[in-house]
Write a protein that binds this ligand. Structure first.
Ligand code: PEP
Length: 247
């Protein structure tokens, strides 16, 4: 399985920031892992142009469940694909919180993504209160069951485990806790999509940085990372790409 280093720029970046993309491409012309960056929608086209001919793939951060229509401010999966995206992040905890996205909404968006030929990067993760209450596996199991698209395969689905309390906080679960969740997800996925689950990339996300990437990538069933803050700078994201390539 080819591992995946994915970056989520969130609502950050501008045309000037494409210099970081050029630096990543120059430093990693043929990495031993896949590389993906998901900028704001306005930068998907320009970043895809910048990445043309390189190994860097470009993705969106959300799409609408419908192909077109009266949905002011939204963007369809086909529009992202036309702009050069190959992937789209769906169900990020910030979308689930800020836009009240439910598992059913995430699944509908993921099915729209697949229909448009995009890979769906489906995010799940527990809150700190849920972890403290011993509900982590129950919560992420329910989110996985409810969010993954019908007909998902290893080529069309990536799952990102992102504990909400670890995003942007500098805190991470222990390596044992990460391993426990990823093992659980692999098994649960097997029950949902069968043998293909063995080849679905399971990413860990939440305060991944150059200083902890090596140890996180050594955890069984961690097939890469979804990286927020550290994906904004070529040096940091490049170090994470290098760590994953060496894992
Ligand atoms: C994220 O936004 O998906 C994320 C993991 O952020 P950070 O790496 O900054 O914690």
């Amino acid at each position: 399985m080819q591992k995946l280093a994915a970056g989520n720029w969130k609502m950050n970046g501008s045309v000037a920031a494409l210099a970081e993309v050029r630096a990543i491409i120059a430093a990693h012309p043929s990495p031993a892992c896949d590389m993906l960056l998901c900028p704001p929608a306005t930068l998907v086209g320009p970043m895809a142009q910048t990445a043309k001919g390189s190994k860097l793939m470009v993705g969106g951060q959300d799409c609408h469940a419908k192909a077109s229509g009266a949905h002011t401010g939204d963007i369809s999966a086909a529009m992202l694909a036309e702009a050069g995206a190959t992937h789209v992040i769906l169900g990020h905890s910030e979308r689930r919180t800020d836009h009240a996205e439910t598992d059913a909404m995430v699944r509908a968006k993921a099915e729209a993504a697949l229909a448009a030929g995009l890979v769906a990067v489906v995010c799940i993760g527990e809150t700190e209160a849920e972890r403290n209450a011993g509900q982590t596996l129950a919560v992420i199991g329910r989110q996985l069951d409810g969010s993954i698209p019908a007909g998902a395969t290893a080529d069309t689905l990536v799952v990102a485990y992102e504990p909400v309390w670890a995003i942007g906080t500098g805190r991470t679960p222990t390596l044992t806790e990460i391993g426990e969740v990823h093992g659980f997800l692999r098994n649960r996925l097997k029950g949902l999509i069968g043998a293909a689950a063995m080849s679905v990339r399971l990413l860990y996300g939440g305060s991944v940085k150059p200083s902890n990437a090596d140890e996180i990538f050594a955890v069984p069933d961690v097939d890469g990372a979804l990286v927020g803050g550290a994906s904004l700078k070529a040096g940091d994201f490049g170090a994470i790409i290098a760590a994953l390539s060496a894992a």
